[in-house]
Design a protein around this ligand. Structure first.
Ligand SMILES: CC(C)(COP(=O)(O)OP(=O)(O)OC[C@H]1O[C@@H](n2cnc3c(N)ncnc32)[C@H](O)[C@@H]1OP(=O)(O)O)[C@@H](O)C(=O)NCCC(=O)NCCS
Length: 280
């Protein structure tokens, strides 16, 4: 676990890199993990004298890493050395920037996953009244919601691990809006949910959208999406964005049909797998 001082230094290093690159080098998950006592997360820090010049985080539960080097200390091998400390874990390149591309190629890494950010402008809110959709209730819905999340995302390396601690940590965040966390029910119970988020600049996000396998293909995802977007519009958000795996074709199609367009890509670079080596 990092000391509070080290957490502050890593945050400052990340802010310095963001200012230089125009891109956040660590995502929300990695920033939250800095101060958490999580045995699955390893931290690697590199110093030049007293100054922190490099940081890498290996999340063994997710099987991936995130790393950055101070802009004034690049091209000196610090990144390569940090990469080696990650035990072969693939690393995220947020924003799919040129330096990360070159760095990945120089270290013989290939693209393993691509995460898209899709965005659209929001229409003015309307009086949407869907009788099956209501706000989330922690007391009655939490267990069903976590089960549903694990089922709907059983293929997803990170989201399938979303647990009660993740749920309550996010509900304690300043952006949390109880009316923007919507669930849908059917005769059996919880059938889907759409958790929306409003960023400090007022823009909206489809934070998590999931439907139970029994409800998939029934139009419930579209209804939950519409209800959440309507809520964000009512809160005054001018635009809304979301993260989706490029390989999740059905979801990309749903968002495409709902008027979203790709504005950004994050790429996971990792060592070639057995299969990709054989197909080369
Ligand atoms: C990507 C990053 C970590 C590289 O760190 P670094 O300390 O500069 O990397 P290294 O010095 O070990 O570079 C190793 C090789 O990668 C390639 N490389 C790295 N940056 C490059 C750039 N900007 N342009 C071209 N090639 C580059 C080179 O082949 C380099 O070897 P060389 O300097 O002998 O030519 C750093 O630019 C960074 O922090 N970027 C922002 C965060 C990020 O993108 N993280 C994800 C990494 S996948």
């Amino acid at each position: 676990m990092l000391s509070p001082e080290a957490v502050g230094q890593v945050r400052a290093l990340a802010a310095r890199a963001e200012a230089a690159d125009g891109e956040r080098p660590l995502n929300e998950d990695a920033l939250l993990a800095l101060g958490a006592d999580d045995p699955a997360v390893d931290h690697q820090l590199r110093h030049d004298g007293d100054e922190l010049i490099g940081y890498a985080q290996h999340n063994r539960r997710h099987g991936s890493g995130q790393m950055l080097v101070h802009p004034a200390h690049r091209r000196r091998g610090v990144g390569t050395e940090l990469l080696r400390s990650l035990d072969g874990a693939p690393v995220w390149a947020f924003g799919d920037l040129e330096p990360a591309h070159h760095f990945a190629a120089a270290n013989h890494l290939i693209e393993q996953r691509r995460l898209l950010i899709m965005q659209r402008r929001l229409d003015p809110p309307t009086e949407l009244n869907d009788p099956d959709i209501r706000p989330f209730d922690l007391t009655t819905d939490a267990d069903q919601l976590l089960d549903l999340n694990a089922l709907a995302f059983d293929w997803h390396p990170e989201q399938r691990h979303f647990n009660r601690a993740d749920l309550t940590a996010r509900m304690a965040e300043s952006w949390y809006d109880p009316d923007g966390f919507l669930v849908a029910t059917d005769a059996v119970g919880l059938a889907g949910f759409h958790w929306t988020k409003r960023h400090p600049d007022g823009h909206g996000e489809v934070y998590i959208l999931a439907t139970h396998p029994r409800a998939q293909g029934t139009g419930l995802g579209r209804r939950l999406l519409a209800a959440g977007l309507n809520h964000l519009a009512a809160r005054g958000a001018p635009t809304v964005q979301l993260y989706v795996e490029a390989a999740n074709v059905r979801a990309v199609e749903l968002y495409d049909r709902a008027g979203f367009a790709v504005v950004h890509s994050d790429v996971l670079h990792g060592p070639p797998t057995q299969t990709s080596q054989e197909s080369q």
